[in-house]
Design a protein around this ligand. Structure first.
Ligand SMILES: [Zn+2]
Length: 171
């Protein structure tokens, strides 16, 4: 498979959706990083840290227990800008396949009504920083975007360089 060319993303024009952020090869296996973008960067409020932290715990639990998928889940976690999450998968799935996966994951968050898994001092680095009601609200909002206003094509922009010629990567 051809790896996607390296390109930068115009964050002033990015809509919530699911995007292929990058593809890498490791040991002859393609590793795909998906941008699971929940809010429009620099236009809408980002998620609050406690809500996206709870989404991290719940979606990671969901994905790592999901038959047919769990073997290929490498990583799930929030972006530092708090506008979405990264999903890293072994292999390649289309954005449409990942959309179906995410609809299941965010329905799980929306309907979750129990203690958030892993919220003890021994299992979480900030176990008091959780917000299940806001996580459920954000999940419901994102589900609406996934179902009715789905985007999967990145708007491009040139990568910035610093004075010494170092190129900026990532979000
Ligand atoms: Zn945690």
């Amino acid at each position: 498979m051809d790896l996607i060319p390296s390109f930068a993303v115009d964050h002033t024009n990015l809509q919530p959706g699911i995007y292929v952020s990058r593809q890498d090869e490791a040991g002859g296996v393609v590793i795909t990083t998906y941008d699971i973008r929940m809010t429009a960067p620099n236009h809408e409020p980002c998620l609050n840290p406690a809500a996206i932290h709870t989404i991290e715990h719940l979606v990671a639990t969901y994905l790592r227990n999901l038959d047919g998928w769990k073997e290929n889940i490498i990583y799930w976690g929030p972006m530092g800008c708090l506008t979405g999450n990264y999903l890293i998968m072994k292999g390649y799935y289309s954005c449409e396949e990942v959309r179906q996966l995410m609809i299941g994951a965010f329905e799980y968050v929306r309907d979750y009504d129990d203690e958030v898994p892993g919220t003890t001092p021994a299992t979480c680095g900030n176990y008091l920083m959780h917000d299940l009601p806001m996580a459920k609200y954000e999940a419901k909002r994102y589900l609406e975007r996934l179902r009715n206003h789905f985007c999967s094509e990145y708007p491009g922009v040139e990568r910035p360089e610093d004075a010494s010629g170092k190129v900026f990567f990532d979000a």
